[in-house]
Design a protein around this ligand. Structure first.
Ligand SMILES: [Zn+2]
Length: 472
């Protein structure tokens, strides 16, 4: 691969922006420097990426994806190969996906199986969190091994989905204690699944089977209640670090903000769908059109200013991370199960390709700064999940994961425009945003440029992660 200079752009980090050129040697960044610095090779001496007029940002880090995730008899429609290719198109150079364990299964078996699925398939670098769906003596005993031997520094628990992934409060407490003791981060799907299942059964019995009832049976109160409970359990477990995934409701954000203001080790992520899409405009569409937007936590009502509050949360750092929860299903042989009612529809929407573009739009509209865009989409996720400074920032010594982003262009999302996710529809169809991904470099290799995608499946490497850097 040799040396590359990214010349003429404005480098952006969480702490500011400046005119600088970036010198890459093989897989690493070796200099970030003034354009006239002696360290830079003369024009024509090495390969160049022209970043004139562009922002030069760290490769995106999406810490919440579900490639080829089994869900009942279905599987999410992006494979590791197609999903990481779509991520690359979207300026993402690192994903963190999930290995899974359920009741009766061995944790390390689940991890091994997930490795087998991803191995040789990924276009970009990848890592895993470990889902623990069956907390018992055996799975608890395996948790320290994850960080000591496997390079996995985070577990995920569920307060939702009784019968599959759900943990009760005692199980959650025990898992938090063990993970905290090992120096690991506990991620939480915070919704009260026991109460939600009652509401779902009542809705179906009453004939309320449309997609909108998926949202109406998962009210914000039950997200806030679970978030509150998770925060308290993390405190009781020894003030262990807690990370709330896919936060969607203002009421849940208030719980996180209160904990953070009290100095607690609580972080939260939100996702583009909660910042842009709503129950009325999307989930309430008829038939399969609405079913396309079934995901959990659900899209919230536009009348309750959740979106406004979430953007404010990103500004104030009460929301530390934007991830996608990328979990696509097609309309055909997937979302079309709405014919059997909303409870039969696989949960999840696709977004790994569009997070960088959609959150940059928040810069354009004045919701967040350019620096905050980089911080929430690249630097903080890398730091929280033990990948910084190798990932998430343009600094000497870091992996050469760099995106050249052109703010002068526009991008139309969806099948009529830019669409590389393995989906027969796009939740983002017809949305046009400012800016465009121009060039994507992953460990010193140009994997996307004006000529298309060059990264091949299998070039991405599994990342062994360190302990989380939390409290921020
Ligand atoms: Zn998820």
């Amino acid at each position: 691969m040799g040396r590359i200079v990214v010349r003429g752009g404005t480098v952006v980090s969480p702490s500011g922006r400046w005119r600088a050129d970036v010198l890459i040697d093989d897989e690493r960044i070796v200099a970030v420097t003034a354009p006239d610095a002696a360290v830079l090779p003369a024009a024509g001496e090495v390969a160049e990426v022209d970043a004139t007029g562009c922002y030069v940002i760290p490769g995106g880090v999406d810490v919440h994806t579900h490639m080829q995730l089994p869900m009942g008899d279905l599987t999410s429609s992006d494979t590791f190969a197609s999903g990481t290719a779509a991520a690359a198109w979207g300026g993402v150079t690192t994903i963190v996906d999930f290995a899974s364990q359920q009741v009766g299964e061995r944790v390390l078996d689940g991890l091994e199986a997930r490795h087998a699925e991803a191995e040789g398939q990924c276009v970009i670098d990848y890592a895993f969190h470990q889902t623990i769906g069956g907390v018992d003596d055996d799975s608890l005993a395996a948790i320290p091994t994850l960080i000591e031997r496997e390079g996995i520094s985070s577990i995920k628990l569920f307060m939702a989905y009784p019968g599959t992934y759900y943990s009760d409060d005692g199980q959650i407490l025990r898992a938090m204690q063990v993970a905290g003791e090992a120096g690991m981060l506990t991620m939480m799907h915070a919704e009260n699944g026991i109460a939600i299942d009652v509401l779902r059964a009542q809705a179906m019995a009453a004939g309320d089977t449309d997609a909108v009832h998926h949202g109406l049976t998962r009210p914000p109160e039950l997200e806030a209640e679970a978030t509150h409970r998770a925060v308290q359990l993390a405190k009781v477990a020894g003030n262990v670090p807690l990370y709330i995934v896919h936060l969607s409701a203002s009421q849940a954000l208030e719980e996180v903000a209160r904990a953070r203001h009290a100095g607690r080790n609580v972080l939260a992520e939100t996702c583009p769908q909660y910042l842009y899409l709503s129950l009325e405009d999307h989930l309430a569409r008829p038939g399969v059109e609405g079913a396309a937007y079934i995901c959990s936590t659900p899209l919230r009502s536009r009348h309750d200013h959740h979106q406004k509050d979430l953007w404010a949360g990103l500004r104030r750092d009460d929301l530390a991370v934007v991830a996608t929860d990328h979990c696509p299903f097609c309309l055909v042989d997937g979302k079309d199960r709405i014919s059997e009612g909303f409870t039969a529809v696989p949960n999840g929407i696709g977004g790994v390709e569009h997070r960088m573009e959609l959150i940059y739009q928040g810069v354009v509209t004045g919701e967040i700064t350019l620096e905050r865009w980089v911080e929430t989409c690249c630097t903080t996720p890398a730091r929280v999940f033990g990948m910084h400074p190798r990932k998430g920032e343009i600094v000497p010594g870091a992996d050469a994961d760099i995106v050249v982003f052109d703010p002068r262009r526009t991008t139309t999302l969806g099948r009529a425009g830019k669409h590389h996710m393995a989906m027969d529809h796009s939740p983002w169809e017809g949305i046009t945003v400012d800016g465009a991904i121009d060039t994507v470099i992953s460990r010193g290799e140009v994997i996307v440029d004006a000529n298309g995608l060059h990264g091949r499946p299998g070039r991405g490497r599994f990342l062994r992660r360190d302990r989380p850097a939390v409290l921020r």
